[in-house]
Structures are given as C-alpha cells and as structure tokens.
Write a protein that binds this ligand. Sequence first.
Ligand SMILES: NC(=O)c1ccc[n+]([C@@H]2O[C@H](COP(=O)([O-])OP(=O)(O)OC[C@H]3O[C@@H](n4cnc5c(N)ncnc54)[C@H](OP(=O)(O)O)[C@@H]3O)[C@@H](O)[C@H]2O)c1
Length: 321
Amino acid sequence: MVKIAIAGGAGGVGQEIVDALVATKKHEIILLSRRDAPSDSGSIPEGATWIKVDYASVEQLTQVLQGVHTVLSFVTESTGEGSPVQFNLIDASVKAGVKRFAPSEWASSGFTHMGWYAFKEATRQCLKDLNKDKKVLEYTLFHPGYFVNYLTCPYPSMKYIPFAELPWDLNNRRWIGIEGGENARISLTTVNDVRNVVVQAIEFEGEWPVDGGIRGDDISMGEFLAIAEKVRGGQPFTVENREAQEFEAGTWATSWTPAFEHPAIPREKRASMAKVITGGMLLAVNANQLHVSDSWNKLLPDYQFTSVDDFLTEAWSEFPV
Ligand SMILES: NC(=O)c1ccc[n+]([C@@H]2O[C@H](COP(=O)([O-])OP(=O)(O)OC[C@H]3O[C@@H](n4cnc5c(N)ncnc54)[C@H](OP(=O)(O)O)[C@@H]3O)[C@@H](O)[C@H]2O)c1
C-alpha cells in the first residue's frame, strides 16, 4: 500500500486512472485540484480524498505531498512559458521526499509539429536537469501513443474521456492522410490497457524507466486504414491525402475537418484550432512522433495487450453499420 497523489485527477484521463487505482483497494489516493471539492461527495471516487491546491505555492504543495510515495500528473497547461504547475509539483515532490513521479505525458514519444504539447517538453527537460548529476527523483514518461478508443467515435468506449474527432473517421468511412505516408508508424493503446499498466507500474518493485513507452499495438498508417475498412464492413473509405508541405503551410483543404471539443480548448477557439491540430497531428504521425517504445511491455511481460484489430473489431460489431 502506498500513498498516491493525482494532480489533475478530476480530468478525463486522470479519472480513468483513479478509477483503476481505487478499484485495487490497496492504496491511499489523494486528488489534487485547483477547485473546491464537489458538493456532491458521490462524485469523488470512494477511497479517494479531494484536496484543493494552489499550484503556485510550492510550500503548500510540499505540505500536501508529505508521506506521498508516487505523484501522477494529468494537468494540462496549455499556455505560457514552460510548465509552471509541473515545475512546482516537481520541486515540492523533491522537498516532500516523494519517491516516484509521472509527469503529464500520456501520449506521444516526441513533440515535433505539436506545439500544444510544449509544456510536456519543458517538464521533460526539468526532470532531466534535476537528475543530471545524480538521481534526485525517480520518474517515468508514460506514453501510450493515441488511445484507440477514440476510433469508436461517436459511440462511447471510455468512461470519463470526452471524444475528440480524429482525421480517421470510421463512422463516416472517411480518412485524411499525408501523401506517401502509408509507412509511418503509429502506436495505439486502449484506455483499459493504460489503466492496467499504471496499476502494475505502481506495484512494480524495480526502478521506473525514464522512457515509459506503453505499446498496446504499433502499426503502419497503411495497416491502420486497412483495419479500419475491414471493421467497417470491408467497404473502401473516402481517403483525402494531401502533401506534407500543404499541412506545414496550413494551406491544406479537404471536404471535412474533425471537430475538436476538448474542454482544455476554449469553445470560441475550437474551430480555428481544429485545422491547426489536425495538420499538426498528421505531420507528427508522419514523423513517427506517435510511435512509442515498448519499455513497459518488456517490464510487464505477462500482461496481454489488446491489438487495434481486436479492439475495433469487437467495438464496431456492437455499433450500427
Ligand atoms: N494519448 C491520448 O490519446 C490522450 C488523450 C487525451 C489526453 N491525453 C493526455 O492526458 C493528460 C490529461 O489529459 P485530459 O484530457 O485528462 O486533461 P483535462 O481533462 O483537460 O485536464 C486535466 C486536469 O488538469 C487540470 N488543469 C487544467 N488546466 C490547468 C492549469 N492551467 N493548471 C493546473 N491544472 C490545470 C484540471 O484539473 P482541476 O481543474 O481539477 O485543477 C483538469 O481537470 C494530458 O497530458 C493529455 O495530453 C492523452
């Protein structure tokens, strides 16, 4: 049994992980939030305690983290320089004697073409600098690629994470891609596998690896499209490929653009962000930034991951044709 602090634990991904950790009934869980605890105590998972924090105060964070073994961060800092919230969390973790830290990664191995992930890059650098001369804080960068669950949109397959439309639209059998990008590789992992890996990582007795790739499945974009078409009845999709240069210049045009409804993006900015994020995502995949290592797969050799094909075949067998 260890005490785990979950920063941003009331967000979409955080709640998925809290749910899994609470279900083990093994750990003491504290949820860190900038907000007051909800008046409806039923919305706080049983076995977890909500603590309102001021991320600007290292002193307060240090107090809150007393006795904490592991900090898992899910905060999304979308603006500004660096990653002030996570810098302070790291500082406070060290001061409070926290043993393990996982920053708010949970996605790609690299960040090229994804400016909205600048805060993650800054946090990586902060942790690297911290351990430059000697190990001050054990940490892992959990990255599972994209959650394959998004590919069931608009039919729900996640409990807490809201859908964001992707350029790969199985429901409407349409696909946006990069000309000649069929061999780029993408890692896709189910949310359930990420939940299970984190539960096992908490109990893992060895040292956490810095490179925390979680590879549910790893396929080429060509294979990905073939699986998508197969699970949608074998009918060919309408594929709109554009040149990488058009995505880089922002001049690309297709008959549709995925809508982004992520709560971290203000409503009035979502339409303009949709094109930027779609283009950035496709370029990132093309540059293999979503291709992650199998670091945690190797450390947990008995764990069976769900393939993209198996997950999507089963999920789409239950949805309307
Ligand atoms: N691999 C994938 O496919 C995938 C998909 C989605 C997300 N992710 C990653 O998973 C992580 C969590 O994402 P999410 O979608 O769960 O995020 P989210 O729901 O938007 O936010 C998580 C929490 O962060 C806190 N937060 C937001 N802005 C903050 C700020 N400026 N300062 C401090 N705290 C702030 C909020 O908590 P309070 O308001 O309670 O303080 C919020 O509930 C991110 O790193 C994201 O990139 C990966």
